[in-house]
Write a protein that binds this ligand. Sequence first.
Ligand code: ADP
Ligand code: MG
Length: 235
Amino acid sequence: MTTLELHNVVKRYQGAGEAISAVDGVSLRIGPGEFVALYGPSGSGKTTLLSMAAAIMRPDDGEVCFDGRRVSDLSESESARYRRENVGMVSQSFNLLGGATALDNASLKLLPLGLTFRQAHRKALPWLERVGLGARAKHTPGEMSMGERQRVAIAKALANTPRLLLADEPTGNLDSQRSREILGMLAEISHEHKLPALLVTHDPQATAFVDRTYTLRDGRLSNGLDVELLPTVHQ
Ligand code: ADP
Ligand code: MG
């Protein structure tokens, strides 16, 4: 089964003084089609945790497993291959080429898998259609709104038909209406394709779209949304 598991994962950074534990003993299990939010303020360790789930970074302690395979032990080239084949990652900065078409942008990451441009286009186009941009495939991100750019980035993340969906503050640059559209879309895609999905966010409205919420605070995980951390609403 395509399940993401983290067992007592630790990541420390060595600063000028003593090392800080950015992620401090986190265990987490996300099954197929589960859309899980990790809520936490800035600096709580969210991106570090996601980087370990994506095998971009290795934990100092503990292990990360996907599909029963220990990914935290992979060599650099094996991790790169694991990411190319299995991981779809959406981030706050859309990482698109402004001058290339939406279709080219969504297709580019397929080229290292050995596909021709034509094959890559054929594979990426249905994802652009899925995110509602089929008619705009030949437009460039420069001609698009922020919400549309994030949709292109989602199509790009999914173009390799990943088995794991990771999103790092995907609504960080969007207004609340556009954020809800993107969150709803990520939830649907995770459920439709039975993808384990981990959304890290400091947007409290995200919790309405997910199956479970955890809070990360100083690198430590707790169940549910920690209301103490919610932004104060001024009347
Ligand atoms: P978040 O994504 O929740 O904002 P991060 O995972 O980026 O949190 O960072 C967690 C902690 O680790 C913060 O205190 C941050 O300053 C520190 N940190 C992150 N990356 C590095 C790095 N490359 N070197 C040193 N410290 C880092
Ligand atoms: Mg971050």
